[in-house]
Ligand binder design. Structure first.
Ligand SMILES: Cc1cc2nc3c(=O)[nH]c(=O)nc-3n(C[C@H](O)[C@H](O)[C@H](O)COP(=O)(O)OP(=O)(O)OC[C@H]3O[C@@H](n4cnc5c(N)ncnc54)[C@H](O)[C@@H]3O)c2cc1C
Length: 652
């Protein structure tokens, strides 16, 4: 039996003269090798000619190589005249395995070659097509049938959650995370990945990044005093209350206090106690104003606890200015308190519409000095008392700030450094609220760069955040900045230095020209632009913070216990020299000092340019810091955080 090769060789050479093939005019049927019998011509309508065929460019065909097939189409065998197949020939094989007609029409007919390699390719392609169809059928009709016994069913994979990064774990960051936790509960219907079903889950994934090693924000001091370690004392960590406690939990409108009550079930005492009361006895907090010559004025905080005699003295000294200044903030403070509560029911695009709605537009646009003048507060009282109070609260003077900022600063000064009776700590509250939010918290992570870029598998542009010198980078769909980030710094900030002094003696009363018979105020505010000694002109406040007792002493039962150390604090615009500290305390044990960058936003009066919470011109980026263009404080930041979370929900 002749082999297929010999059969092929038996055929006459297909092109006796290839050049004449190419020289045929276009459209004229050419002489060619029929598919079946070389001697049998096909009907002319079955010929297709391509004068521009790539074969025309080929070199003359060697007799030892298989010539290319000039026939551009492969015909289905049944459409061709039948011929007796040569035994063992390719045709015979085709007789036994014929592709369905549609495969010929759609796939094989398009092919221009019949080499063995191409055929193999075609077979592989068809096999792949077949396998794909089988796989699709299997997935759609077999996998979704519940063959598994109960308990062994694999949960369907849910759709990728939207990843949200919250930068900063101060009041605004904690409130944003908590609100996101409420808006996106863990038992929502979430679409199954790539399918039609739904499963229970959370639509977002929230990660809070904080550069410091603890939560609390600007007021939090992540440093501790290693006192008494030899004697077995625990390290003493500063609490937020050691730095700032006025108005944190002390008034019922405080948003953070309300959250602590509703979310954590904490109970605050209606009243608060002052630092002095915590030590022993029952003194109120005494404030003295020092101008370089001596303590010129004394007040007691909170003002509603001020003795009548002291009221009388102040009225005699400053006339109606004192009374006018006392009633000045009330209106703005009430409106501000209502304003932050608006976040419960409304969502604001920007600070502009928020302050307008709260009726605070005029107070934001007006200067503090104008307000003082209109309110009947004389320049004497302003320079001797109010300047020092405002500088201590906001790190700037009355000539710089808005009327609203003045009102809030004065009302905080009135309240004094009060602490909740049951010693609930702000930092603990913030930590617990953060845990409740369900967010992942990553401490010690400083955001350094952020780029908006296209990322595979994400419809919209995503944010590539880089932390800690590029050692960590992560991609998020949305970002909430609660700290002012370089490109977004619309509100400008001033820093402050905090110095903590641990001493076995009280502040040197002689330094302030206080007679031995007189008591030393627990807080001394330094009057700016007065005759202050060198080194003291940069000081805003010197205050006693609290007594520190021995490790075995329970101050809640042992009221007469003697303290071992006194903790005091200096707030200043520049670092304080050790010489000055020694002058003030003498028997000092330890000093720790720290600069707080961006401590106080500049709150100058503004008539326009108040920012929007969603950063204009960038997708998926929000900031709470715009609130600080007009108001600074824990409640304002808390409200801004909740508002941004609401806006984000609307956007999704
Ligand atoms: C000394 C002092 C006393 C104060 N006393 C009071 C008071 O008695 N009552 C009151 O209402 N207000 C007070 N304030 C103001 C109050 O602290 C702020 O208004 C409030 O903390 C603002 O909260 P926030 O969340 O907006 O910002 P912040 O508290 O500043 O929180 C921002 C957080 O972001 C973190 N962060 C910053 N940059 C990055 C970064 N690149 N990567 C990661 N994390 C970053 C910071 O570490 C911080 O924890 C006081 C402020 C100071 C400085």
């Amino acid at each position: 039996m002749p082999s297929s090769k010999s059969n092929f060789q038996a055929r006459p050479p297909p092109y006796s003269s290839p050049p004449s093939y190419t020289s045929q005019p276009r459209g004229v049927a050419q002489e060619r090798t029929p598919l079946l019998d070389p001697n049998q011509a096909l009907p002319s309508h079955q010929y297709q000619t391509h004068s521009h065929s790539p074969y025309t460019q080929r070199p003359p065909i060697s007799p030892f190589t298989r010539p290319p097939n000039p026939q551009p189409y492969i015909h289905h065998p049944s459409s061709l005249p039948r011929a007796d197949p040569q035994p063992g020939s390719e045709l015979q094989a085709q007789e036994y395995f014929q592709y369905p007609r549609w495969i010929y029409r759609r796939i094989l007919r398009r092919d221009t070659s019949r080499t063995r390699g191409h055929k193999t390719c075609r077979h592989i392609l068809l096999a792949l097509l077949f396998l794909t169809i089988v796989a699709i059928l299997f997935r759609n009709y077999v996998l979704f049938l519940d063959f598994n016994p109960p308990g062994l069913v694999l949960p369907p994979e849910k759709e990728e959650p939207v990843r949200i990064a919250v930068i900063g774990a101060g009041p605004a960051g904690v409130s944003a995370a908590l609100r996101l936790g409420e808006l996106f509960p863990t038992d929502e219907d979430v679409r199954v990945k790539g399918g039609k079903g739904k499963v229970k889950g959370r639509k977002v994934e929230v990660v809070v990044f904080e550069k410091s090693v603890s939560v609390g924000g600007r007021m939090n001091l992540d440093f501790e005093l290693g006192i008494g370690e030899k004697e077995g004392w625990a390290r003493k960590k500063f609490s937020i209350e050691d730095v700032a406690s006025s108005s944190l939990f002390s008034h019922t409108s405080s948003l953070i206090r309300r959250r602590a009550e509703t979310v954590l079930g904490l109970e605050f005492d209606a009243d608060t106690k002052t630092n002095d009361m915590e030590v022993k006895g029952g003194k109120q907090q005494d404030v003295g104003f020092y101008d370089g010559n001596g303590i010129t004025t004394r007040m007691t905080r909170p003002y509603d606890k001020m003795p009548w005699l002291q009221w009388g003295k102040l009225v005699l000294k400053f006339g109606t200015s004192f009374l006018a200044a006392h009633s000045l903030p009330a209106n703005d403070v009430r409106k501000f308190s209502d304003m932050v509560k608006l976040v419960d029911t409304e969502t604001f695009e920007g600070v502009e519409d928020w302050i307008k709605k709260a009726g605070l537009k005029e107070s934001v646009e007006k200067g503090a000095r104008e307000k003082l003048k209109d309110g009947g507060v004389g320049d004497g009282y302003r320079d001797k008392v109010i300047e020092a109070q405002v500088r201590r609260q906001l790190g700037q003077g009355t000539e710089e700030i808005s009327a609203l900022a003045l009102s809030l600063a004065l009302s905080r000064e009135e309240l004094g450094a009060s602490r909740p009776m049951n010693s609930i700590k702000m930092q603990d509250v913030l930590e617990q609220l953060l845990v409740k939010s369900g967010a992942e918290v990553r401490l010690g992570m400083t955001l350094e760069t952020m780029e908006s870029e296209r990322v595979p598998d994400r419809k919209n542009k995503a944010w590539n955040l880089s932390f800690n010198g590029g050692r960590v980078s992560q991609v998020f769909d949305k970002v909430i900045l609660t700290s002012p980030f370089r490109p977004l710094e619309k509100a400008y900030y001033r820093h402050v230095w905090q110095t903590f002094i641990l001493s076995s003696t009280s502040l040197n009363a002689g330094y302030f020209n206080i007679s031995k018979s007189d008591t030393l105020p627990s807080q001394i505010l330094l009057t700016p632009n007065s005759n202050l000694p060198v080194g003291m002109e940069v000081v805003n406040e010197i205050s006693y913070v609290k007594d520190i007792f021995g490790p075995d002493i329970d101050t809640s039962s042992d009221f007469n216990a003697e303290s071992v150390f006194k903790l005091s604090r200096i707030l200043s615009e520049k670092p304080i020299s050790e010489y000055t500290v020694r002058e003030l305390w003498g028997g000092m044990k330890m000093v720790v000092t720290r600069k707080i960058e961006g401590a106080y936003p500049l709150l100058f009066p503004r008539s326009e340019g108040r920012g929007k919470f969603k950063v204009e011109g960038s997708e998926g980026l929000w900031t709470t810091a715009v609130m600080e263009e007009v108001i600074a404080g824990v409640d304002a930041s808390w409200a801004a955080g909740e508002n941004v979370a609401n806006l984000m929900k609307q956007d999704m």
